[in-house]
Design a protein around this ligand. Sequence first.
Ligand code: BGC
Length: 287
Amino acid sequence: TSIEERQESSKGANPRVGLRKSMTQIPQALASLSLKDKVIVVTGGNSGIGKSIVEVVGSLGAKVVIDYRSHPERTEALIEEVGELGGQSIGVQADVSKLENLQHLIDTAVQTFGKIDVMVNNAGIETRTSILDTSPEDFDKVMNVNLRGVFFATQYAAKQMISQGSGGRIINISSVHEDWPMPNNTPYCVAKGGVRMLTRTAGVELAGKGVSIVNVGPGAVATPINDSTMNDPDLLAKLNAAIPIGRMAQPAEIASVVAFLAGNGASYMTATSVFADGGIMMSSPGL
Ligand code: BGC
């Protein structure tokens, strides 16, 4: 049938009926963006992308558990800020590379708020060392935080989510470098590649148990991990030139993606990665 024929055949029908039907789903879609009363744990939550995630999800009504390793005074200030934004949060000092600390984090979240709806594995470090100059100590340090920590935080959070009956979501802050090489940052890329596969595999394993897992892969974000680049005008110009959007991201531009994924609007997403990278992975000189 041609377009004209279809228009002709729908003439008799009330054109508003279809519209009204779709409108009934709008409140549901809007509600799916709310994070009201969701309990969200954010590792590495008092700086960089993590801090922004805490601010954004706290503003959207979540009860936030801020994991941090150092600078308790920053956590205190953040808790106050979240309160001013109308949210509720607590701080827990826990090093994600230590399994007993991780368990303590999960236990404190549950003791305080009764459950965990969303676990955001955000804490991350990098050594910026090449395959040739990475020491075993460098390697272990990066793996312990960026891969082992994420693996066991996923395991502990998933066990809690399954036992509480309501399921939950795990969001891993990965990187474009889960898939895209960064020469001279080899251990970091290896760990993030591991997180890519962790999310795919554990996401499939746990899909039937009500636990979904999604990676968020940021590109270059204006946070302390990138201080050395941001403090060097030549390096920064080179980086900006490599990004199709032409600039680094602000942390809130990653946090807003996480906020969407934490809500029910992302209920059909699992075992996959979402990139917010200004197009850097697709960058091409067109030659
Ligand atoms: C890394 C940064 C890097 C950025 C873009 C991030 O995951 O931590 O060092 O600049 O990716 O390549």
